[in-house]
Design a protein around this ligand. Structure first.
Ligand code: SF4
Ligand code: SF4
Ligand code: SF4
Length: 268
């Protein structure tokens, strides 16, 4: 068990992180009004396998079993002044990331289903044992503040890239011409959101004073296009388009039929 001083230090770190993210804006990401509306509690990162936040908060009985099961001192139970729902488990990657244990012991320790192995695809070799593939966990997404990332300045740094357990997949280095000097190359880290687990090892390793790469919950880091936008070139969206058309036909009001008389019956 961590001593009280360490715990207080972490609490302060959490407060600072929430304050900085909430107030300072997020560099290359366009947040618009969203960042100012975010509550600190919405930035809480949950253990692997956690249900969606609303369901998680209802299901979690605040027993602390997951915290006990974690061998790395990653997980903490929130104190009343931690800005996460009191007693619920969370982690701060800058302090201690999730080390993505292959057997993911935090999940089977949970008696309530708040951490649910079924939310993560299983590893093939473990199919019978129902051990989830921790590389497919989705705790959050790492985002990069390009204004404070040294690599985007043209200084050689690949600390986050090297720290990533899915190096070359979740983070790649993209070579670009350094337009400022005109003669050097830039090696810019790029996070791939479909692969990133949100473990935060990159954030933990980042060499800048305040991490230039940091993990946000998926619901915060991702946009939402809206159901009415359809990618006509994707099969799933084609199906949705057909569903929408069928639904529209079924729910057409009489005045719609009148307005579309010509297209339905011709003009004679
Ligand atoms: S996967 Fe391992 S390090 Fe990560 S939260 Fe679970 S027990 Fe802790
Ligand atoms: S083990 Fe499950 S119910 Fe207990 S604190 Fe962790 S998430 Fe909540
Ligand atoms: S959070 Fe960072 S270290 Fe973890 S998978 Fe994503 S990019 Fe890699």
């Amino acid at each position: 068990m961590a001593d009280k001083g360490v715990k207080n230090g972490r609490r302060k770190a959490l407060k600072l992180m929430f304050r900085d993210i909430g107030l300072a804006g997020l560099g290359g990401i366009v947040w618009g009004a969203t960042a100012t509306k975010l509550k600190a509690s919405e930035l809480t990162l949950r253990p692997p396998g956690a249900l969606l936040e609303e369901d998680f908060l209802k299901a979690c009985i605040r027993c602390g079993n997951c915290v006990e099961a974690c061998p790395y001192d990653t997980l903490k139970l929130a104190d009343i002044d931690d800005h996460a729902s009191a007693g619920s488990p969370f982690f701060i990657p800058r302090t201690t990331p999730c080390y993505m244990c292959p057997d993911v012991p935090c999940i089977p320790a949970c008696p309530s289903g708040a951490l649910d192995a079924a939310t993560i695809p299983k590893e093939e070799s473990h199919e019978k044992k129902a051990i989830p593939d921790v590389e497919k966990a989705r705790m959050g997404i790492a985002v990069i503040d390009q204004e404070s990332c040294l690599a985007y300045w043209g200084i050689q740094c690949d600390a986050c890239y090297r720290a990533c357990p899915l190096m070359g997949e979740a983070i790649t280095l993209e070579m670009k011409r350094n337009e400022r000097t005109g003669k050097h190359a830039l090696l810019e880290p790029v996070v791939h959101r479909d692969v990133c687990t949100g473990c935060g090892m990159c954030e933990h390793a980042c060499v800048t004073e305040k991490a230039a790469i940091f993990v946000l919950p998926r619901a915060v880091a991702t946009g939402m296009v809206g159901k009415h936008y359809i990618k006509g070139w994707e099969r799933e969206d084609e199906r949705r388009l057909k569903e929408l058309k069928d639904k529209k036909e079924k729910t057409s009001k009489p005045e719609d039929i009148l307005n579309n008389w010509e297209s339905l019956f011709g003009d004679d």
